[in-house]
Design a protein around this ligand. Structure first.
Ligand code: ZN
Length: 150
Protein backbone atom coordinates (compact mmCIF):
# COMPACT_ATOMS: atom_id res chain seq x y z
CA UNK A 1 0.00 0.00 0.00
CA UNK A 2 3.03 2.33 0.04
CA UNK A 3 2.38 3.30 -3.60
CA UNK A 4 -1.08 4.42 -2.65
CA UNK A 5 0.41 6.38 0.21
CA UNK A 6 2.79 8.29 -2.08
CA UNK A 7 -0.03 8.85 -4.49
CA UNK A 8 -2.14 10.14 -1.60
CA UNK A 9 0.40 12.80 -0.69
CA UNK A 10 1.08 13.83 -4.29
CA UNK A 11 -2.57 13.97 -5.22
CA UNK A 12 -3.64 15.97 -2.17
CA UNK A 13 -0.80 18.42 -2.74
CA UNK A 14 -1.65 18.82 -6.40
CA UNK A 15 -5.35 19.45 -5.76
CA UNK A 16 -4.63 21.81 -2.87
CA UNK A 17 -2.33 23.91 -5.02
CA UNK A 18 -4.59 23.87 -8.04
CA UNK A 19 -8.15 23.08 -6.99
CA UNK A 20 -10.34 22.04 -9.91
CA UNK A 21 -13.80 23.56 -10.40
CA UNK A 22 -13.28 26.13 -7.65
CA UNK A 23 -15.55 28.98 -8.71
CA UNK A 24 -19.11 30.17 -8.29
CA UNK A 25 -21.84 29.08 -10.69
CA UNK A 26 -24.49 31.62 -11.66
CA UNK A 27 -26.92 29.11 -13.21
CA UNK A 28 -26.74 26.43 -10.52
CA UNK A 29 -29.95 24.48 -9.91
CA UNK A 30 -28.93 23.77 -6.30
CA UNK A 31 -26.44 24.99 -3.75
CA UNK A 32 -25.58 24.01 -0.20
CA UNK A 33 -23.22 25.20 2.51
CA UNK A 34 -21.10 22.87 4.56
CA UNK A 35 -19.12 23.53 7.70
CA UNK A 36 -16.75 21.34 9.68
CA UNK A 37 -16.32 23.09 13.05
CA UNK A 38 -13.69 20.60 14.20
CA UNK A 39 -11.24 21.94 11.63
CA UNK A 40 -12.83 25.20 10.47
CA UNK A 41 -13.47 24.04 6.89
CA UNK A 42 -16.18 25.91 5.03
CA UNK A 43 -17.48 24.99 1.64
CA UNK A 44 -20.24 26.12 -0.69
CA UNK A 45 -21.26 23.68 -3.36
CA UNK A 46 -22.92 24.53 -6.69
CA UNK A 47 -24.77 21.95 -8.73
CA UNK A 48 -26.35 22.04 -12.14
CA UNK A 49 -28.56 19.00 -12.54
CA UNK A 50 -30.49 18.23 -15.70
CA UNK A 51 -32.57 15.07 -16.26
CA UNK A 52 -30.95 13.43 -13.26
CA UNK A 53 -27.41 14.04 -14.55
CA UNK A 54 -24.85 16.34 -12.94
CA UNK A 55 -24.04 18.62 -15.85
CA UNK A 56 -21.82 20.88 -13.84
CA UNK A 57 -20.50 21.08 -10.30
CA UNK A 58 -18.24 23.58 -8.57
CA UNK A 59 -17.33 24.81 -5.13
CA UNK A 60 -15.97 27.79 -3.23
CA UNK A 61 -14.81 28.20 0.33
CA UNK A 62 -11.88 27.98 2.66
CA UNK A 63 -10.59 24.82 4.18
CA UNK A 64 -7.58 22.71 4.99
CA UNK A 65 -5.63 20.75 2.39
CA UNK A 66 -7.71 17.60 2.84
CA UNK A 67 -11.12 19.26 2.49
CA UNK A 68 -9.99 21.34 -0.49
CA UNK A 69 -8.47 18.33 -2.26
CA UNK A 70 -11.55 16.24 -1.47
CA UNK A 71 -13.90 18.89 -2.91
CA UNK A 72 -11.69 19.32 -5.95
CA UNK A 73 -11.52 15.58 -6.66
CA UNK A 74 -15.20 15.05 -5.93
CA UNK A 75 -16.25 17.67 -8.47
CA UNK A 76 -13.89 16.14 -11.03
CA UNK A 77 -15.25 12.65 -10.41
CA UNK A 78 -18.95 13.57 -10.47
CA UNK A 79 -19.29 15.71 -13.56
CA UNK A 80 -21.48 13.86 -16.07
CA UNK A 81 -22.60 11.23 -13.56
CA UNK A 82 -26.23 10.34 -12.82
CA UNK A 83 -27.59 10.99 -9.34
CA UNK A 84 -27.81 7.20 -8.83
CA UNK A 85 -24.12 6.80 -9.69
CA UNK A 86 -23.30 9.69 -7.37
CA UNK A 87 -25.15 7.99 -4.53
CA UNK A 88 -23.31 4.71 -5.10
CA UNK A 89 -19.97 6.52 -5.14
CA UNK A 90 -20.80 8.39 -1.94
CA UNK A 91 -21.61 5.13 -0.18
CA UNK A 92 -18.34 3.50 -1.31
CA UNK A 93 -16.36 6.57 -0.29
CA UNK A 94 -18.00 6.67 3.12
CA UNK A 95 -17.49 2.93 3.64
CA UNK A 96 -13.82 3.26 2.71
CA UNK A 97 -13.23 6.00 5.29
CA UNK A 98 -15.06 4.17 8.07
CA UNK A 99 -13.49 0.75 7.50
CA UNK A 100 -10.29 -0.48 9.19
CA UNK A 101 -6.87 0.52 7.83
CA UNK A 102 -6.12 -3.00 6.60
CA UNK A 103 -9.19 -3.08 4.37
CA UNK A 104 -8.24 -2.18 0.82
CA UNK A 105 -10.43 0.41 -0.89
CA UNK A 106 -12.60 -0.55 -3.84
CA UNK A 107 -10.29 0.99 -6.45
CA UNK A 108 -12.37 -0.30 -9.33
CA UNK A 109 -15.33 1.85 -8.30
CA UNK A 110 -13.58 4.68 -6.51
CA UNK A 111 -10.77 5.14 -9.03
CA UNK A 112 -8.68 8.18 -8.01
CA UNK A 113 -10.82 8.78 -4.94
CA UNK A 114 -9.21 5.68 -3.43
CA UNK A 115 -6.20 7.82 -2.47
CA UNK A 116 -8.33 9.16 0.39
CA UNK A 117 -8.07 5.79 2.10
CA UNK A 118 -4.85 7.29 3.56
CA UNK A 119 -6.97 9.71 5.60
CA UNK A 120 -7.94 6.83 7.92
CA UNK A 121 -4.51 7.19 9.51
CA UNK A 122 -5.66 10.57 10.81
CA UNK A 123 -9.20 10.05 12.18
CA UNK A 124 -9.64 13.77 12.87
CA UNK A 125 -9.23 14.40 9.13
CA UNK A 126 -11.96 12.00 8.07
CA UNK A 127 -14.57 14.74 8.58
CA UNK A 128 -12.51 17.06 6.37
CA UNK A 129 -12.55 14.48 3.57
CA UNK A 130 -16.28 13.76 3.89
CA UNK A 131 -17.44 17.40 4.25
CA UNK A 132 -17.79 18.02 0.49
CA UNK A 133 -19.76 14.78 0.13
CA UNK A 134 -22.17 15.59 2.96
CA UNK A 135 -22.62 19.07 1.49
CA UNK A 136 -23.40 17.41 -1.82
CA UNK A 137 -26.12 15.31 -0.18
CA UNK A 138 -27.71 18.49 1.16
CA UNK A 139 -27.55 20.16 -2.26
CA UNK A 140 -29.17 17.17 -3.97
CA UNK A 141 -32.00 17.12 -1.42
CA UNK A 142 -32.71 20.80 -1.99
CA UNK A 143 -32.60 20.46 -5.71
CA UNK A 144 -35.48 22.26 -7.36
CA UNK A 145 -36.71 19.96 -10.03
CA UNK A 146 -37.80 21.69 -13.19
CA UNK A 147 -41.55 21.60 -13.73
CA UNK A 148 -42.47 18.76 -16.01
CA UNK A 149 -44.92 19.39 -18.83
CA UNK A 150 -46.07 15.76 -18.86
ZN1 ZN B 1 -10.14 20.23 7.51
Amino acid sequence: MSDLRDLYQQTILDHTRKPRNKHEMSDATATADGHNPLCGDKIKLFLKVSNGIIEDISFTGNGCAISTASASMMTEALKGKSLAEVQALFERFHTMLTSPMDRDPDIEVLDKLAVFSGVREFPVRVKCATLPWHTLQAAIKHEHRPVSTE
